[in-house]
Design a protein around this ligand. Structure first.
Ligand code: IVH
Length: 679
C-alpha cells in the first residue's frame, strides 16, 4: 500500500510500473465503494492511494492518461434509475487530516484574497450520501443522487420516504437544496440485526447502508429503514439567495427544511481547531455518524472569486477526524483470561493506524461471534474503534481470501493454568474455574489498582508482572504489605520510585468506600453500582452482612447483581483478602459527602498519636481529608491539632512543648460533628 516516499527519485520505468499498479488498485476499490457499496479499505487508505498516484503523475506528466482515476470527478451513475444532470455540478471536497494541512488550506485562501478578512462556517461532515432535492412551485418534485457530480440517479420516491422532508415549502420559485442523507445509528443497528437473523450480509457502516438503501427499487422497503437528511446548501433559481453561507443556512431552516444545528461561526483557524479537538471524541455521542468537519468560507462573493479546481471547491475543505475503521490482516488468534475467568479470543493483527494510534489487537468477544462472522486466521478484516478503547472486528473481506486461512478452534483448557474450561448453561463465554489461575490473579490486581477502582498510580502491568514473578504478591491485599527493600530489588526501581509506589499505596488506604467496593471485583458490580451501594451501606461490613432480600430492595439492584454480591462475600478466599485489607488499615467506611466548596477543616493540619477506639488511623485521616483538612506525620509549629489516643508516643510531648492544641478522642469526635460529619 505505501509507495516509496517522494524523496527517492524513481526512474521512468519504475514510475510507470507503480502508476499502473496504483490505478488498477484504485479502480478496483472505486468499484467496490461506488457500485457495490461494499468497500474493502478505509477512506483514508483510499485517499493515500490517490495521493500517491497524483504525486507520481505530477512528477511524470507524460504518464498521465485520460482514463486515469485522477482525471475524473466521481463515479458512473448506477443502473436501474433514470438519470438527471446537475446544474451547477455537485463537487466533492478535498480532505485534510491534520491542523498543519488545514493551515495550508487557510493560507491558500488568504493568498487568493489578499488583504481581505475571511470568516468560516464550520459544519459536521455527515457520513452519508449526498443528494440534491428540488421543489417546483413550492412542491417537492425530484431527488437526484450525486452520481459522478455531473449526472446522478433520480431517486425521488425513495427520498420521499424520509419523514423529516417537507413535501411543500412556502417558496414558490425553483428551489434546489443539497445535503446529506444518512441512516441514524439506531436504525443502522436495527437493520443489521434483522439482516443477521435472515442470514443476509451485514452493512459495514451506516454510510454503506444508506447507499444501499437509496438504490433499492422498492420504496416501501426504503421507508422501513428510516433514513434521515440534513441540508447544507440552497439555490433559488440556480443561484445562492443570500450573501453569506450562514444566512443561507438560516433560510434553509426558515423554509422548514432540516439542517444540522451543529454549526459554528469561526474567525480564525484556531477556532476551527478547537471545535475539531472537542468533537473528534465527542462525535461518538451523536446519534448519527460523522467523519470530520466541513469548513466553508462564509462570504458567497469570496466563494465565487475563489472558484474551484476540476474536482474541489477552493473555498471549502473537509477536516477529517482520525479514522475509526481500518483494514488489516489477522496474524493469529490468542486467548485472553480476564479477572472473572472469562476466556476471550483476541485477534493479533498486522499493526495498523486507527484513530490516531497503532492497533495490533482486536477483541473477538467469543467463539459464537467468530463462527457467526466466519473469522479465520490469515483473513483480511475491517476493524473499528467505537466508544471502547479496544477495537473490534467488524467484518471479513472475503474477496481477499487465498484459501490458506485457518478456521479457529476454541480450546477446552485454560491457556494459562491448563484447567478444564466450563461454559455455564445459556452463556456464550467459556470460563476458567481455577481461583488460583495466575491470569485471573494478575487481572484482578490490575483491576484493583485501576483508575476507577483504588486509583493507585505508578502500578501498571509491568510492575504487577514483576511483583507476581518474584512472589511478592499473590492477591491485591498483599500490595499493602510491600516493603521498600522488596521494591528496590526489582528492575528499574530506584529508592525514589519505590517510595512513590509506597506513598500511592498508603494514600489509597483513605479512599472512598465505593472505590474499595469496585476494586474487589465483584461480578456485575462496576463503578456505578459500587457508588450506588455506597449510598445504601455505611461500611463494607454493612454490605457484607446484607442478605439477598435486603439487596434486592434497592431499586436499581436486580437479582443477578444481588446474587453475585452475596456469593462473593461467602467465598473463603475473598474473605481472607478482605481481612488482610482491614488489617492493613484500608478504609472500610463511607466518608461523609461534603458538598463542593464546603470544606470546614480546610487549612487545618492534624497529627495523630496513639490508638483511637472509634476509627483506625487511616479511617480518621480519610475523614479529616474529606472535610478539607490535612494529615501530617510529624508535629511542628504549623500543626493545628494533635489528636491523642491511647498509649500516645513522643508526638504528644512535642505538642505540649510547642504549645500545639491537643484533642482527646471525645474532643476530636466533637470537632468532626461540628464540621458536619455524622457519627
Ligand atoms: S459540502 C462543494 N457539507 O462530504 C461542497 N459536504 O467529501 C460539497 N458531506 O460529497 C459538499 N457533510 O456528501 C458538505 N456539511 C457538509 C457535509 C458534506 C457531509 C459530504 C458530501 C460531499 C462529501 C465530500
Amino acid at each position: 500500500m505505501q509507495g516509496k516516499g517522494l524523496g527517492n527519485k524513481l526512474t521512468l520505468e519504475e514510475a510507470k510500473k507503480e502508476i499502473e499498479k496504483l490505478r488498477e488498485e484504485i479502480r478496483y476499490h472505486e468499484y467496490k465503494y461506488y457500485v457495490e457499496a461494499q468497500p474493502e479499505i478505509s477512506d483514508y487508505e483510499f485517499d493515500m492511494l490517490m495521493k500517491r498516484l497524483e504525486e507520481l503523475e505530477a512528477q511524470f506528466p507524460q504518464l498521465i492518461t485520460p482514463d486515469s482515476p485522477t482525471q475524473r470527478v466521481g463515479e458512473k451513475p448506477l443502473e436501474g434509475f433514470p438519470t438527471a444532470r446537475h446544474d451547477p455540478p455537485m463537487l466533492s471536497l478535498e480532505n485534510v487530516y491534520s491542523y498543519e494541512e488545514f493551515l495550508e488550506f487557510h493560507n491558500r485562501v488568504l493568498k487568493a484574497l489578499p488583504g481581505e478578512k475571511v470568516e468560516y462556517v464550520v459544519e459536521m461532515k455527515i457520513d452519508g450520501v449526498s443528494i440534491a432535492v428540488q421543489y417546483e412551485n413550492g412542491v417537492y418534485s425530484r431527488a437526484i443522487t450525486r452520481g459522478d457530480g455531473f449526472q446522478g440517479d433520480v431517486v425521488t420516491e425513495n427520498i420521499k420516504t424520509i419523514r423529516s422532508l417537507p413535501l411543500r415549502i412556502k417558496e414558490k420559485r425553483f428551489v434546489e437544496v443539497r445535503g446529506e442523507v444518512y441512516m441514524p445509528k439506531d436504525a443502522f443497528e436495527r437493520l443489521n440485526r434483522e439482516r443477521e437473523e435472515k442470514g443476509e450480509p451485514l452493512f459495514a457502516n451506516p454510510r454503506n447502508a444508506t447507499a444501499g438503501t437509496i438504490r433499492l427499487l422498492d420504496p416501501r422497503e426504503v421507508a422501513r429503514r428510516h433514513l434521515d437528511i440534513f441540508f447544507y446548501y440552497i439555490f433559488i433559481e440556480r443561484d445562492y439567495p443570500r450573501a453569506t453561507h450562514w444566512e443561507n443556512l438560516q433560510l434553509i431552516k426558515e423554509l422548514g427544511l432540516k439542517r444540522n444545528e451543529l454549526v459554528w461561526f469561526c474567525r480564525s483557524p484556531e477556532d476551527v481547531l478547537k471545535i475539531w479537538d472537542e468533537w473528534k471524541d465527542k462525535r461518538e455521542d451523536l446519534p448519527y455518524e460523522v467523519d470530520g468537519l466541513v469548513v466553508k468560507v462564509n462570504s458567497i462573493d469570496q466563494q465565487k472569486r475563489l472558484g474551484a479546481t476540476a474536482k474541489f471547491p477552493r473555498w471549502a475543505i473537509a477536516f477529517k477526524f482520525p479514522a475509526k475503521q481500518a483494514v488489516t490482516q489477522i496474524v493469529d488468534i490468542e486467548l485472553n483470561v480476564g479477572r472473572t475467568g472469562a476466556v476471550t479470543p483476541v485477534a493479533i493483527l498486522k499493526p495498523v493506524q486507527l484513530a490516531g494510534t497503532t492497533v495490533s489487537r482486536a477483541t473477538l468477544h467469543n467463539e459464537e461471534e467468530i463462527r457467526r462472522k466466519d473469522i479465520r486466521i490469515g483473513d483480511w478484516v475491517v476493524i473499528e474503534k467505537g466508544g471502547d478503547i479496544i477495537p473490534k472486528v467488524v467484518s471479513v473481506v472475503k474477496s481477499r481470501r487465498t484459501g490458506k486461512e485457518k478456521p479457529f478452534v476454541m480450546p477446552r483448557k485454560c491457556p494459562v493454568c491448563g484447567s478444564e474450561l466450563y461454559r455455564p448453561p445459556g452463556e456464550v463465554i467459556w470460563r476458567c474455574p481455577n481461583a488460583a489461575c495466575p491470569a485471573k490473579i494478575r487481572e484482578s490486581i490490575l483491576h484493583f489498582v485501576s483508575r476507577n477502582a483504588m486509583n493507585i498510580e505508578h502500578i501498571g502491568e509491568s510492575l504487577v508482572d514483576q511483583l507476581l514473578k518474584n512472589g511478592l504478591i499473590k492477591d491485591p491485599a498483599d500490595l499493602y504489605y510491600l516493603k521498600k527493600e522488596d521494591l528496590m530489588n526489582l528492575e528499574r526501581m530506584g529508592p525514589k520510585s519505590a517510595q512513590n509506589v509506597l506513598d500511592e499505596i498508603e494514600r489509597s488506604k483513605s479512599n472512598d468506600l465505593w472505590r474499595l467496593i469496585h476494586a474487589l471485583g465483584i461480578r456485575y458490580v462496576g463503578e456505578k453500582t459500587a457508588k450506588l451501594l455506597e449510598e445504601h451501606f455505611e461500611s463494607l461490613d454493612d454490605l457484607m452482612k446484607a442478605d439477598y432480600n435486603k439487596l434486592i430492595t434497592i431499586p436499581e439492584i436486580g437479582y443477578k447483581v444481588a446474587d453475585s454480591i452475596v456469593h462473593f462475600f461467602r467465598d473463603e478466599h475473598n474473605l481472607k483478602i478482605i481481612e488482610k485489607l482491614r488489617k492493613a488499615g484500608v478504609n472500610f467506611r463511607r466518608l461523609k459527602d461534603v458538598e463542593e466548596g464546603e470544606k470546614p477543616l480546610a487549612g487545618k493540619t492534624f497529627v495523630f498519636t496513639g490508638e483511637l477506639d472509634s476509627f483506625t488511623r487511616s479511617e480518621a485521616s480519610a475523614i479529616v481529608e474529606s472535610l478539607g483538612g490535612k494529615v501530617s506525620s510529624s508535629v511542628s509549629r504549623k500543626t493545628d491539632f494533635v489528636v491523642v489516643g491511647k498509649n500516645p508516643g513522643s508526638k504528644y510531648q512535642k505538642a505540649i512543648q510547642l504549645g500545639v492544641k491537643t484533642l482527646n478522642e471525645e474532643e476530636f469526635l466533637q470537632l468532626l460533628r461540628e464540621s458536619g460529619y455524622s457519627i
